[in-house]
Every structure is written in structure tokens, then in C-alpha cells.
Design a protein around this ligand. Structure first.
Ligand code: PLP
Length: 386
């Protein structure tokens, strides 16, 4: 059920994102035997297509899971009895990593930056001298704020130690650059429903040689479903440990084929250009970009609401009047921000439509805007030579 509006339903969340027709068609095909030769070909090809997107030569392991599941899996496999983790936190999903670690009774310390900022790699270096940490845990693209962590700098710092670097790129992978091997990311986890353009339900993980040495150690790490050691054995046979969500894998195969056809560099620069245009449009409407981080997300844009505008009202009006689903916040920023996905199968027309609808919504909420002031700014960016 949608809101019965005459407008088409537009899913513009920071995930899940709209699934393109090609992927919908791939998903709707008959279910294959998850241990049969046809499906092994799908798994093999999907892993091969995923590697450049992750920037890795590691094996790729797939799980029936949401993003949180593979976040938990990354900790379960890496941290055992007596191990200590350092969570580098700057938003809601960093906090989630801390909560998961605590639930798993892992000894955890947190190094924090205010929401919207990022933790400096040198500060992490200092912190790593204070205790014997087995893992540093961080969110690549903080979807609650739009701040991106410089993994290249952090990877260097962690690489100077015996600790492994565990990264959640649930909302980054496929929309912003990821170079797992070059940056020294040891455990990388992500999920299907964001820049990878698929429905929710598929998680993936990739593990470096350094991390495998830690994961293989059996220091009382209780694990069964999430056991990366078993997952690696099955990945070598182009299968997953338990029954694969075969239809989602068919979808991910199609998504990665689309990325391959467009060219990864082109996909990433399209995200950059459309995010730039969206940010410019919002700023022209008087909105402030929430994050002050050096690297701003090209997959999730978070705008601070000006005085007189409540983010929840904007979210509700966008849905009621334009059948367009954007996000607010489900934390202390509720009402203060709006969050919009700028990832996946997105075009210039989507960005123009978003800003046009925001402009109309602001007017309806008696917030002064001049008609066309946002879309003109979008057009200006889109017309720039690349
Ligand atoms: N990590 C990040 C950065 C996310 O944006 C999200 C979801 O929005 C998650 C983890 C959790 O993913 P899921 O909701 O699929 O469990």
C-alpha cells in the first residue's frame, strides 16, 4: 500500500534504495538449487564482480543477513575471551558497533568524535598505545550524519600494530570508493540494500590474511551461523554455509553486472556529481549540510533544518504530497535533520525532482523559498564540465 497519491512511489531513503527493473527481473526468476551447478556459477560470477567494488583479492563470503548481522559477525569472529576492541565512533552506527560489542561481552573502549565529524587517525594512534587492542572497529560511511572516515589514513595507523581494522561499509560500498587491500582494511562488511541496489537481506564480508590469523584462533569465540571459517570453506566451493537466499544473489549478480557495464569509476563519479548537485540544491534552499567532515558522503546527504522547519514535518509532507519517502532521524537529531539517499540507480532527473519537491514542501510549510531557487543550483552543478 502506498499513500494513494497520483505520484509514483519514490523510495529516496538512505537505504533501502529503489531496485532497478533489471534487478527486479533477475530476482523474479525461478529459485535454483543452492547446491547445484547453475547456482554455483551465479555465486562464482557474483564474487568475481564484487572484488573490484571492494578493492580486494580476498574471497567474498555471502550471508542471509541485514547489515547489523554482518556487523555482529565481524566482531564474533575477530574477538574472543580477553580480547579488547577499540570502537571509533562518530554517529548512530558507531554506537551500534559499541552496543554489539557490549552484548557479546567483548572488552570495548570507545574513541569518539562529535556527530558529523570524524576521529582523527593520529588520535587513534595515541589511543592504540594505551592498551593492547586486538581490533579497531569503524563505520566507513556514517549514515546518521553523512560523514566519511578516511580509511586510508586509519588503515595506515592500524597497520603499524597487530590490531586488525574492522569496517562497516553498509551504506558506502558501491557508491563511494573502497580499496580494501590498498587501505589495509582487514574485515569489511556490507549489505545489499543500499548502493548495491538490491532488496534488503544479503550481507557480505571479506577478510584479509592478517585477519584470518586472528579469526582462525580458537580463543573461546562462540560462533555457529556466523562462523567465517566455515563460510570460507563453502565460498571455495562457490556456495554459502547454509541455504543461500538464491533470488537475492541473482539480484546482486545483476546489480554488479550493471556496475561493471557502467564502469566502476563512472559509477563513483556519478554518485559524486549527483551528491554535489543535491547538496547545492539544498544549500540554495537555505539548508546546511550537517557534516563538517573533510570527506562528505556521496551516498547519504544529511541537511540540518533551519529555524522554523521541523524535519519530521518535511518527511511527512514529502510522503503525503509527493509519494516521496525520505528519512528524518530516530535519535537525538529527530526533527532537526532530514536524510536522503543519493545512491544506487539514480539519475539527474531524480535529484531535480527531489529538490523541486523539497522546494514545494517548504513553501507549503510557510518557509520562504523562491520558486526555482533550488533546482537552478542543481542545474548549475549538473551543467558543469566534468
Ligand atoms: N551500518 C550502516 C552504516 C547503516 O547505514 C545501516 C543501516 O542503515 C546499518 C549498518 C544496519 O543495517 P541493517 O539495517 O540492514 O541491519
Amino acid at each position: 500500500m502506498t499513500n494513494q497519491s497520483s505520484f509514483p512511489y519514490r523510495l529516496r531513503l538512505p537505504g533501502p534504495t529503489a531496485v532497478p527493473e533489471r534487478i527486479q527481473n533477475a530476482i523474479s526468476r525461478q529459485v535454483l538449487n543452492h547446491r547445484g551447478p547453475e547456482f554455483k556459477e551465479v555465486v562464482n560470477a557474483t564474487a568475481a564482480l564484487a572484488k573490484p567494488v571492494l578493492g580486494t583479492e580476498n574471497d567474498i563470503m555471502f550471508f542471509a543477513s541485514s547489515g547489523t548481522g554482518v556487523m555482529e559477525a565481524s566482531l564474533i569472529n575477530s574477538l574472543g575471551e580477553g580480547d579488547r576492541a577499540l570502537v571509533v565512533s562518530n554517529g548512530q552506527f558507531g554506537e551500534r558497533f559499541t552496543s554489539i560489542a557490549k552484548a557479546l561481552r567483548i572488552e570495548v573502549d570507545v574513541i569518539e568524535a562529535p556527530w558529523g565529524e570524524t576521529v582523527d587517525a593520529d588520535a587513534v594512534r595515541e589511543k592504540l598505545r594505551e592498551a593492547d587492542y586486538q581490533a579497531v572497529v569503524v563505520v566507513h560511511n556514517e549514515s546518521s550524519t553523512g560523514a566519511v572516515t578516511d580509511l586510508s589514513a586509519l588503515g595506515k595507523v592500524v597497520g603499524e600494530t597487530d590490531a586488525i581494522l574492522i569496517v562497516d561499509s553498509v551504506s558506502g560500498l558501491g557508491g563511494i570508493e573502497m580499496r580494501q587491500d590498498a587501505w589495509g582494511v582487514d574485515v569489511l562488511v556490507s549489505a545489499s540494500q543500499k548502493a548495491l541496489m538490491c532488496p534488503p537481506g544479503l550481507g557480505l564480508a571479506s577478510v584479509s590474511a592478517k585477519a584470518w590469523r586472528v579469526i582462525e584462533k580458537d580463543n573461546a569465540k562462540p560462533r555457529y551461523y556466523w562462523d567465517f571459517r566455515k563460510a570460507r570453506e563453502w565460498a571455495a566451493k562457490d556456495q554459502t554455509t547454509f541455504t543461500t537466499p538464491v533470488t537475492l544473489m541473482a539480484g546482486l549478480h545483476e546489480a554488479l553486472t550493471m556496475i561493471d557495464e557502467e564502469g566502476l569509476d563512472n559509477v563513483l563519479s556519478r554518485h559524486q556529481r549527483l551528491a554535489d548537485a543535491f547538496r547545492a540544491g539544498g544549500e540554495a534552499l537555505g539548508l546546511k549540510i550537517f557534516t563538517e567532515a573533510e570527506i562528505k558522503s556521496n551516498t547519504v546527504t544529511v541537511f540540518t533544518m533551519p529555524d522554523g522547519l521541523d524535519g519530521n514535518d518535511v518527511v511527512n509532507r514529502m510522503y503525503e504530497n509527493h509519494n516521496t519517502v525520505i528519512a528524518g532521524a530516530r535519535n537525538w537529531l529527530a526533527g532537526k535533520v532530514i536524510r536522503v539517499g543519493t545512491m544506487g540507480s539514480l539519475s539527474e532527473a531524480d535529484i531535480l525532482t527531489d529538490i523541486d519537491y523539497l522546494e514545494q514542501t517548504f513553501s507549503q510549510l510557510n518557509y520562504p523559498v523562491t520558486s526555482g531557487q533550488g533546482t537552478e543550483a542543481v542545474t548549475r552543478i549538473l551543467n558543469q564540465e566534468t
